[in-house]
Ligand binder design. Structure first.
Ligand SMILES: [Zn+2]
Length: 567
């Protein structure tokens, strides 16, 4: 594991180009997609002090007085689009995942046990082993596991393994003991918004759902500030290499916020971050004082709002549904915050002028949040202008679809969730409710009002995979006829808007980001193909050539296929 970690961080270093450009730059020799809503393109772009000054042809721009002395960058036939922006990710979790055991795609429970045992052999006794990414839906039978085999293989190391969606965890006996959940548990613990699974002997199976995962998680030693910093810096380099120029961090912890502020002050924050504070803990007037923070002039860090959770996730049956799960009669999922608690917190945010971003996956959770937003739109003047967000909006009853545009609620959705979940989503929901799953066209009929992201580390942050999923609604290598609800597919321009102007709209920064127009930030993602016109399959073969933020080249691919700077 260490060797592969070192390998990837070396690759990142090799790809890093020092950002020393100041003044102005003239990009030419390529194809620029403006995302101006009219299909506009250009051959060249003039940047000054981090902003787009003008677009046009090289001749037109070179003749301008303000282009004299500009550094020239030859795009060499590549395609520059407005910087790609991920509207929903988890920086700390992603950074940690780069250092954790990656269990994505593990085909059997036995294989998972072997992987963990191999890691345990390399670590001193008592060291916590963290992993994530396993998915019981890939295993025969598709059932949640029991910890017994895992505990036999790792008797001396507490183990905490998050499910792929981050909404459930499998822990071993040593971890249960650390959280005093070992032995017979009677009566079963009652946890708001969570569940400890028990076996026939009334002992914990090792499966913890949603809020119950924190029972064990809080027994794990907290990362030091130094570890947090390492995690963020590792995440930052990876995200820049994926061509992302901005990410919305969902549920920023106080320690992470302090780190981001420190990095910004030192000029080490190279990726634009829009932070939504974690609102699940203490939330009072005092803790919210000083927010929302106005962005710095270069917008590298802004704090427009707070992230809350209404319910859990679909894969672990924690999403709150109006009617029971089709494959688990009697189970409706769970609300992480009771309706009144949620309403109270939202009212506090609305009065503080903070933008709410509420995780809602099931049709019940979505309705509860929409109801709360509707009441606040009446009770609090200016609430609509905060652009209240719903994160995921995964299963929405058709009669609630028009409430998104009508109330000005921003759907913040993840195209790769649709394609990762499509194998089992109909089993969970049945055919009727599946019509309202990942219905991004239905929730945001107007171009540029839909914010796309990846929910990294739940999915890969690679936005090319997201663009592919948005256009095809099929798995990689899938056939068009296998698409999940093909009527919800987007064309190339709308998919690109979902990763550019849409997230900028969701962050309330659409007046200065997401389009290549004069006065907008010069954020560019340089690709080999034009994502608005290419065949979707070409997106998966393509790679990022260069990433530019505020006119500074923050990442470029190895020289062989990079767009070189010329004279
Ligand atoms: Zn998330």
């Amino acid at each position: 594991m260490l060797a592969s970690m070192l390998g990837s961080s070396l690759a990142v270093l090799a790809g890093f180009a020092s950002p020393a450009i100041v003044g102005s730059t003239l990009y030419h020799g390529g194809h620029l997609v403006l995302n101006d809503g009219r299909g506009g393109t250009a051959r060249a772009l003039l940047e000054k002090d981090g902003l787009v000054v003008a677009t046009g042809t090289l001749e037109e721009l070179a003749a301008r007085p303000d282009a004299q002395g500009a550094t020239r960058i030859d795009l060499r036939g590549t395609v520059a689009v407005p910087g790609l922006e991920d509207a929903h990710g988890h920086l700390e979790g992603y950074g940690a995942s780069l250092q954790q055991l990656d269990l994505t795609g593990v085909p059997t429970f036995q294989a998972l046990v072997e992987r963990v045992r191999d890691v345990a052999k390399t670590l001193p006794e008592g060291t916590w082993i963290r992993g994530r990414g396993w998915d019981q839906n890939l295993w025969e039978g598709g059932k949640f596991p029991h910890h017994l085999l895992l505990s036999l293989a790792t008797p001396k190391h507490p183990v905490f393994l998050e499910r792929v969606d981050g909404h459930a965890a499998l822990v071993n006996e040593a971890a249960l003991a650390a959280a005093r959940l070992n032995g017979v548990i009677d009566p079963p613990p009652r946890i708001q918004g969570g569940r400890v699974f028990l076996d026939d002997d009334r002992r914990a199976t090792g499966m913890l759902l949603d809020a119950a995962t924190s029972l064990v998680e809080k027994a794990i030693p907290k990362p030091t500030n130094e570890v947090l910093r390492e995690r963020f810096l590792a995440a930052q380099e990876k995200l820049l290499a994926y061509g992302l120029t901005c990410v919305h961090d969902m549920g920023t912890s106080p320690a992470m916020l302090a780190l981001l502020q420190d990095l910004r002050a030192r000029g080490e924050l190279r990726l634009r971050v829009v932070a939504y504070l974690d609102g699940m803990g203490e939330l009072d007037k005092k803790s919210l004082a000083g927010f929302p923070k106005a962005p710095d002039p270069k917008d590298m860090l802004s704090v427009p709002g707070v992230k809350l959770y209404a319910d859990g996730a679909l894969g672990s049956r924690g999403a709150a549904l109006l009617d029971p799960y089709s494959d688990a009669p009697g189970e409706n999922g769970l609300m992480l915050l009771a309706e009144e608690q949620l309403a109270e917190r939202l009212a506090l945010l609305a009065r503080a002028g903070l933008q709410p971003a509420v995780h809602a996956i099931g049709d019940r959770a979505n309705r509860v949040v929409l109801d709360a937003y509707e009441r606040l739109a009446v009770a609090v003047p200016g609430f609509r202008d905060l652009r209240p967000r719903i994160e995921h909006a995964q299963v929405v009853a058709p009669k609630d679809w028009p409430r998104f545009p009508a109330l000005g609620v921003v759907p913040s959705m993840q195209p790769t969730h649709a394609t990762s979940d499509m194998a089992w989503v109909e089993a969970r929901l049945g055919p009727e409710r599946t019509r309202g799953a990942y219905a991004w066209r239905a929730l945001a009929p107007e171009l540029g009002r839909l914010a796309f992201g990846s929910d990294f580390p739940v999915e890969s942050p690679n936005p090319l995979g997201g663009l592919f999923a948005a256009r095809t609604r099929t798995k990689v290598g899938g056939k068009p006829e296998d698409a999940l609800l093909p009527e919800q597919r987007l064309d190339g321009a709308a998919a690109l808007a979902g990763f550019t102007s849409g997230p900028a709209w969701a962050a309330r920064q659409d007046d200065r980001r997401g389009r290549l127009l004069p006065g907008y930030a010069c954020d560019l993602t340089v690709l080999g193909v034009d994502p608005t016109t290419c065949d979707p399959a070409e997106l998966l073969k393509d790679s990022v050539r260069m990433t530019v933020i505020n006119g500074v080249v923050v990442w470029r691919a190895a020289p062989a296929n990079a767009a070189a700077r010329g004279g």
